[in-house]
Design a protein around this ligand. Structure first.
Ligand code: CA
Ligand code: CA
Ligand code: CA
Ligand code: CA
Length: 167
Protein backbone atom coordinates (compact mmCIF):
# COMPACT_ATOMS: atom_id res chain seq x y z
CA UNK A 1 0.00 0.00 0.00
CA UNK A 2 1.47 3.35 -1.02
CA UNK A 3 0.18 6.70 0.24
CA UNK A 4 1.54 9.93 -1.25
CA UNK A 5 0.26 13.49 -1.18
CA UNK A 6 0.29 16.59 -3.33
CA UNK A 7 1.22 18.97 -0.49
CA UNK A 8 -0.65 20.73 2.31
CA UNK A 9 -1.33 19.24 5.72
CA UNK A 10 -2.33 15.60 5.57
CA UNK A 11 -3.48 12.88 7.92
CA UNK A 12 -2.91 9.18 7.27
CA UNK A 13 -4.72 7.01 9.82
CA UNK A 14 -4.47 3.22 10.03
CA UNK A 15 -6.70 1.83 12.75
CA UNK A 16 -7.17 -1.95 13.08
CA UNK A 17 -5.86 -2.35 9.53
CA UNK A 18 -3.83 -5.19 8.05
CA UNK A 19 -1.48 -4.41 5.17
CA UNK A 20 -0.45 -7.71 3.65
CA UNK A 21 2.44 -6.30 1.63
CA UNK A 22 4.61 -3.19 2.05
CA UNK A 23 3.39 0.08 3.54
CA UNK A 24 4.94 3.24 2.17
CA UNK A 25 3.75 6.66 3.34
CA UNK A 26 5.40 9.68 1.73
CA UNK A 27 4.09 13.17 2.38
CA UNK A 28 5.47 16.61 1.55
CA UNK A 29 6.24 19.97 3.17
CA UNK A 30 3.01 20.44 5.15
CA UNK A 31 2.47 19.53 8.80
CA UNK A 32 1.49 15.90 8.43
CA UNK A 33 0.03 13.36 10.84
CA UNK A 34 0.55 9.61 10.54
CA UNK A 35 -1.23 7.23 12.89
CA UNK A 36 -0.83 3.43 13.07
CA UNK A 37 -2.74 1.89 15.96
CA UNK A 38 -5.27 -0.50 17.47
CA UNK A 39 -4.00 -3.83 16.25
CA UNK A 40 -2.81 -2.64 12.87
CA UNK A 41 -0.38 -5.01 11.21
CA UNK A 42 2.03 -4.64 8.31
CA UNK A 43 3.32 -7.91 6.91
CA UNK A 44 5.88 -6.38 4.55
CA UNK A 45 8.29 -3.48 4.90
CA UNK A 46 7.19 -0.15 6.35
CA UNK A 47 8.57 3.19 5.22
CA UNK A 48 7.28 6.45 6.70
CA UNK A 49 8.65 9.69 5.21
CA UNK A 50 6.52 12.68 6.20
CA UNK A 51 8.77 15.25 4.46
CA UNK A 52 9.54 18.69 5.81
CA UNK A 53 7.13 20.59 8.07
CA UNK A 54 6.20 19.84 11.66
CA UNK A 55 5.04 16.24 11.52
CA UNK A 56 3.49 14.07 14.20
CA UNK A 57 3.61 10.28 14.08
CA UNK A 58 1.79 8.00 16.48
CA UNK A 59 2.22 4.22 16.66
CA UNK A 60 0.42 2.10 19.27
CA UNK A 61 -0.53 -1.58 19.51
CA UNK A 62 0.92 -2.46 16.10
CA UNK A 63 2.84 -5.38 14.60
CA UNK A 64 5.46 -4.46 12.02
CA UNK A 65 6.60 -7.61 10.25
CA UNK A 66 9.22 -6.39 7.78
CA UNK A 67 11.97 -3.79 8.08
CA UNK A 68 10.80 -0.43 9.45
CA UNK A 69 12.27 2.92 8.39
CA UNK A 70 11.17 6.33 9.59
CA UNK A 71 12.81 9.27 7.88
CA UNK A 72 11.99 12.73 9.23
CA UNK A 73 12.39 16.00 7.38
CA UNK A 74 14.20 19.28 8.09
CA UNK A 75 11.73 20.57 10.69
CA UNK A 76 10.36 19.29 13.99
CA UNK A 77 9.23 15.67 13.88
CA UNK A 78 7.47 14.30 16.93
CA UNK A 79 7.26 10.51 17.02
CA UNK A 80 5.18 8.99 19.80
CA UNK A 81 5.70 5.22 19.94
CA UNK A 82 3.51 3.50 22.53
CA UNK A 83 2.57 6.67 24.38
CA UNK A 84 -1.18 6.89 23.86
CA UNK A 85 -2.39 3.31 23.81
CA UNK A 86 -4.13 1.18 26.39
CA UNK A 87 -1.76 0.29 29.24
CA UNK A 88 -3.32 -3.17 29.33
CA UNK A 89 -3.21 -3.56 25.55
CA UNK A 90 -0.55 -5.23 23.39
CA UNK A 91 2.96 -3.92 22.90
CA UNK A 92 4.09 -2.70 19.53
CA UNK A 93 6.33 -5.36 18.02
CA UNK A 94 8.99 -4.84 15.37
CA UNK A 95 10.03 -8.18 13.89
CA UNK A 96 12.85 -6.97 11.62
CA UNK A 97 15.46 -4.24 11.45
CA UNK A 98 14.11 -0.92 12.70
CA UNK A 99 15.47 2.56 12.10
CA UNK A 100 14.32 6.01 13.17
CA UNK A 101 16.13 8.90 11.45
CA UNK A 102 14.74 12.18 12.68
CA UNK A 103 16.68 14.46 10.30
CA UNK A 104 17.31 18.16 10.89
CA UNK A 105 15.22 20.17 13.32
CA UNK A 106 14.71 19.84 17.07
CA UNK A 107 12.99 16.47 17.00
CA UNK A 108 11.36 14.44 19.75
CA UNK A 109 11.16 10.63 19.89
CA UNK A 110 9.20 9.15 22.78
CA UNK A 111 9.15 5.38 23.33
CA UNK A 112 6.94 3.74 25.93
CA UNK A 113 5.53 4.89 29.21
CA UNK A 114 7.15 4.06 32.53
CA UNK A 115 5.48 1.27 34.46
CA UNK A 116 3.00 0.45 31.72
CA UNK A 117 3.63 -2.97 30.27
CA UNK A 118 1.23 -2.51 27.36
CA UNK A 119 2.86 0.78 26.46
CA UNK A 120 6.24 -0.53 25.42
CA UNK A 121 7.99 -1.51 22.23
CA UNK A 122 9.51 -4.89 21.49
CA UNK A 123 12.08 -5.61 18.83
CA UNK A 124 13.48 -8.95 17.70
CA UNK A 125 16.17 -7.34 15.57
CA UNK A 126 18.57 -4.40 15.36
CA UNK A 127 17.23 -0.95 16.31
CA UNK A 128 18.84 2.37 15.33
CA UNK A 129 17.69 5.66 16.88
CA UNK A 130 19.28 8.63 15.10
CA UNK A 131 18.36 12.19 16.10
CA UNK A 132 20.16 13.75 13.15
CA UNK A 133 21.19 17.39 13.12
CA UNK A 134 20.08 19.96 15.72
CA UNK A 135 18.92 19.55 19.30
CA UNK A 136 16.97 16.32 19.62
CA UNK A 137 15.26 14.64 22.54
CA UNK A 138 14.89 10.90 23.15
CA UNK A 139 12.50 10.01 25.93
CA UNK A 140 12.98 6.29 26.47
CA UNK A 141 15.26 3.77 28.05
CA UNK A 142 16.45 1.93 24.99
CA UNK A 143 19.25 0.07 26.78
CA UNK A 144 16.79 -1.60 29.02
CA UNK A 145 15.67 -5.17 28.82
CA UNK A 146 12.74 -5.93 31.10
CA UNK A 147 12.27 -3.94 34.27
CA UNK A 148 13.78 -0.57 33.39
CA UNK A 149 12.00 2.74 33.67
CA UNK A 150 10.20 2.35 30.39
CA UNK A 151 10.34 -1.43 30.11
CA UNK A 152 11.15 -1.52 26.42
CA UNK A 153 12.10 -5.01 25.41
CA UNK A 154 14.73 -4.75 22.73
CA UNK A 155 16.61 -7.95 22.12
CA UNK A 156 19.77 -6.05 21.14
CA UNK A 157 20.87 -2.77 22.69
CA UNK A 158 19.80 -0.10 20.20
CA UNK A 159 22.34 2.10 18.46
CA UNK A 160 21.58 5.63 19.66
CA UNK A 161 23.21 8.64 18.05
CA UNK A 162 22.84 12.40 17.73
CA UNK A 163 20.23 12.76 20.45
CA UNK A 164 21.45 15.61 22.62
CA UNK A 165 18.86 15.09 25.36
CA UNK A 166 18.31 11.60 26.76
CA UNK A 167 15.49 11.47 29.26
CA1 CA B 1 5.37 17.03 6.02
CA1 CA C 1 13.26 16.49 11.68
CA1 CA D 1 17.23 16.37 14.50
CA1 CA E 1 20.98 15.93 17.04
Amino acid sequence: MTVTDKGGNNTVDLCDTTVQRDLKVTTKDGNDTIVIKSGSQVDGKTSLSPGHGNNTITVDDAVIGGAFVFKGGNNVDIFNLERDGNGAGPRTTFMSKTSFKMGKGNDILRIGRAGSDGESATSDDKVTLDGGKDNDTLLADPKTQAGGPNDNLFTQTPTVKDFENLI
